[in-house]
Each structure stands twice: as structure tokens, then as C-alpha cells.
Design a protein around this ligand. Structure first.
Ligand SMILES: Cc1cc2nc3c(=O)[nH]c(=O)nc-3n(C[C@H](O)[C@H](O)[C@H](O)COP(=O)(O)OP(=O)(O)OC[C@H]3O[C@@H](n4cnc5c(N)ncnc54)[C@H](O)[C@@H]3O)c2cc1C
Length: 382
């Protein structure tokens, strides 16, 4: 018997791949999804209960149309799955007035008419008593932003894709792939398949698999026990936040949700040395805790209680920290959607839709020009 044949194979069923499987299956295609671990898993970039979704993105206005469409799809996904996946609790971007976090966020809000308020340090600490900003800090509050739920959305996308007839295999690793006339052949650790097109959503593993400049950076999330004023850390009293401090660094975090405690993580301006995502991970340790604690003790002092949990995770960084959404260089019918560089989960829904449009039409209504692989020097692969 020959290898089983599909219209499209999606490699990596994480944040982006599960969305791609759903949108492709909903469009009527015969879909194979392959995931090397479980679905969802804690080995890649999409675990830890919550991810920030900001509408006015400080990184660049080029992401605003993407996130606007993503939000429509997050709301739709919540309705289809029966559980809210986007929690609109607002967001804060806090830095000194000339800092990139404040200026970038304000610029994006003004350019796209996104509702926002500018808050002084005094207003910030009055409104959000958990936070003690420096006197010279200033913040942008965006009421329409909030957080999405990574594991729950992977579950929902995957279940909806299965209901639409997609065939999805967990615990099955793609080992090699090859373009033949008119189709692809795929070899995994469990069997062989054929597919008309192939979509790579392999997150931190993309660099190695496709010879693209995507590097895995180890990063750690921590959950601290507030020792007093617990209510100040609830969704009603604290939005998602980014605080960029010259002294302690750039940190981001959440009110309590899903996992006990006050959650935060660090974003480094210069990424830590890249790691091989295929090798055993360095587990979170006391050094990671101390790094987070120096920030907590200064800016959220009442959360400076015992550590409750820590997890490590991969950022999937490109050299310019912007994703690659494009055809695989030199291979017609193969697509890559990855390298979201630590800020991609908010786009998972729209990334799935883009994957469907690329596979079915070869193009997307989203402007993908900034995300081309050709902006980097790369070798063709197959
Ligand atoms: C700590 C942390 C905090 C973050 N915070 C935010 C945030 O607040 N807001 C935001 O928008 N984004 C955030 N991000 C970024 C966001 O989570 C990622 O951009 C996103 O999860 C990437 O999704 P992905 O589908 O590309 O990768 P993943 O979800 O990791 O999926 C890739 C999958 O491919 C599988 N795979 C790889 N190779 C193979 C193979 N050969 N065969 C089969 N399967 C394979 C992997 O096992 C994995 O499951 C954060 C990331 C981290 C790590």
C-alpha cells in the first residue's frame, strides 16, 4: 500500500500549527497535522497559561492590522469553542517618557486611533496599587487589550480541526521531507506520507529544520505569592503590563489567572545565547528567581513573597525579532510561519488564517511584505 496522501501537511501543532490545521480543515482541505510531542505541550513556546495581547504595539505599527484581525478571530474562536479565550482587561506600557515602550505604544495607538489613556506615575500607582513606578515613569493604558490563553486555544483549534476532518498525530516527529513532481513526500518516526503542500509551524525548531535564521532563546516565567494586598493582583485591579526600567530591565506580567500567583517574565534587549531546542532543557533555577525577584521587589513589592512556580520556555528569535511568513525559499508549495520572536501568540488566530490563504490562493489579504524570508541571507533548503 502506498503512503497516505493529503492536500496539505502542517508540521508542528503548537500555537500557530493548531490554528493552521483548523483554518485549512474548515476550508475543506484534507489536512495532516504532525506534532513531535503532545498537544498541547510544555516543550516549545506556547505554555504558561496566559499571553499578552496588545492592540497598539510598541514594537512597530506594522503589526497593528495583524492583531486587529487576530482579535476578530479570537472572539470567533471563543464562541466556536464555548469558552472565552481573549480576556479584555486592558494593558499598560510603562517606561520613562522618552523610552521605546511608552513612545512606541503611544505612536501605534495614535496612528490607528486605538483608545488609550496616558497616565503619570502618580495616576498609575493610585489606579493600580500593586504597581510602584518610579516618579519619572509614564504609562499608556489600552482598555481594549488583555490576554489570551495559549494551551486552551491550542486545544480549541485542534478539537475544531478534528471535528472538520483533519487528521492530527501527536508524538510523531517529522524526520525528513522532499519535493517530488507535484507533491511532497514526508518521513516521520512512525511512517511515510504524501502531501500536495506543506506548512512549517515548528516554532523554535524552524531554524534547524529549514536553515532559516531562527534561534531558540531559553527564557523563564515565574509566579510569586503576594504576601499582602492579594486583591490588588486580580484581573479587576491589574491589567497586563510591561515595565521597562533602566536599572532592573524590561519585564512583563499578568494579574492572577490559571496558575496560582503573580506571573512575570523578562525580555532581554540582547537575547541570551541561543540553545538547541532538541537538547535537554536547563530547568528554572534560583538564579532565574533572583533575577525576577530584584524586579518584583522594586516595582510590585507586595508580590515579593515565596516563589510558587517557574517554567522555562523558548523564544524563537529572528535577527530583527519579526516573524517569517512566506514561502520556504526555493520550494514551491512549502510555507513557513514562524520566528515570532517572543511576541507571536496574539497573532496565532490570524496566522492560521494566513496559512489557509497561502495554501489555497498563494497570497493573503494581510500585508506580508515585512515578513519575507528574503530580508535575511539564507540558503535554499529541501
Ligand atoms: C515565556 C514566553 C512568554 C511569551 N509571552 C508572549 C506574550 O505575552 N504575548 C505574545 O503574543 N507572545 C508571547 N510569547 C511568544 C509566543 O508564545 C510564541 O511566539 C508562540 O507561542 C510561538 O508559537 P509556535 O506555534 O511558533 O511555536 P510552538 O507553539 O512551540 O509550536 C511549535 C511546535 O512544533 C513542534 N515541532 C518542532 N519540530 C517538529 C518536527 N520535526 N516534527 C513535528 N513537530 C515538530 C514542536 O514540538 C512544537 O510543539 C511568549 C513566549 C514565551 C516563551
Amino acid at each position: 500500500m502506498g503512503a497516505k496522501s493529503f492536500d496539505v501537511a502542517v508540521i508542528g501543532v503548537g500555537g500557530m500549527g493548531s490554528a493552521a490545521c483548523f483554518h485549512l480543515a474548515r476550508a475543506g482541505l484534507k489536512v495532516l497535522g504532525l506534532e513531535q510531542f503532545g498537544i498541547p505541550n510544555t516543550r516549545g513556546s506556547s505554555h504558561g497559561a496566559t499571553r499578552i495581547l496588545r492592540l497598539g504595539l510598541h514594537e512597530s505599527t506594522k503589526y497593528v492590522p495583524l492583531v486587529q484581525r487576530a482579535v476578530e478571530l479570537w472572539d470567533e474562536l471563543g464562541e466556536l469553542g464555548g469558552d472565552r479565550l481573549f480576556h479584555r482587561i486592558g494593558s499598560l506600557d510603562v517606561s520613562v517618557p522618552e523610552g521605546a515602550i511608552f513612545t512606541g505604544s503611544l505612536r501605534a495607538c495614535q496612528a490607528y486611533d486605538i483608545p488609550h489613556e496616558v497616565l503619570s506615575a502618580t495616576e498609575l500607582s493610585k489606579r493600580y496599587p500593586a504597581l510602584t513606578p518610579d516618579e519619572d515613569m509614564i504609562g499608556v493604558f489600552q482598555p481594549g487589550s488583555g490576554f489570551v490563553l495559549p494551551e486552551a486555544s491550542i486545544t480549541t483549534h485542534t478539537n475544531l480541526a478534528l471535528a472538520q476532518g483533519a487528521e492530527i498525530h501527536g508524538m510523531e516527529q517529522l524526520l525528513s521531507w522532499r519535493k517530488k513532481t507535484g507533491h511532497f513526500t514526508l518521513r516521520t518516526d512512525r511512517g511515510d506520507y504524501e502531501a500536495g503542500q506543506i506548512v512549517f509551524t515548528t516554532g523554535a525548531w524552524i531554524g534547524k529544520l529549514l536553515d532559516l535564521p531562527v534561534e531558540a532563546e531559553r527564557t523563564v516565567l515565574g509566579w510569586f505569592a503576594p504576601f499582602c494586598d492579594f486583591a490588588n493582583f486580580s484581573e479587576e485591579n491589574l491589567p497586563v503590563w510591561i515595565v521597562d526600567s533602566e536599572e532592573t530591565g524590561h519585564f512583563y506580567g499578568f494579574p492572577t489567572h490559571g496558575i496560582p500567583g503573580f506571573k512575570l517574565g523578562r525580555l532581554r534587549e540582547t537575547p541570551s545565547p541561543s540553545v538547541d531546542p532538541g537538547k535537554p532543557r536547563v530547568e528554572p533555577n534560583q538564579e532565574d528567581e533572583a533575577d525576577m525577584r530584584q524586579f518584583v521587589s522594586r516595582y510590585f513589592p507586595s508580590a515579593n513573597g515565596p516563589i510558587l512556580s517557574m517554567v522555562s520556555c523558548f523564544f524563537e528569535n529572528t535577527p530583527d525579532r519579526s516573524p517569517i511568513i512566506d514561502g520556504v525559499p526555493g520550494v514551491e508549495g512549502a510555507w513557513v510561519l514562524g520566528g515570532f520572536s517572543g511576541h507571536g501568540f496574539k497573532y496565532a488566530t490570524v496566522t492560521g488564517e494566513i496559512a489557509k490563504d497561502l495554501v489555497t490562493k498563494g497570497s493573503s489579504t494581510q500585508n506580508l511584505a515585512p515578513f519575507k524570508a528574503s530580508r535575511f541571507v539564507i540558503k535554499a533548503s529541501s
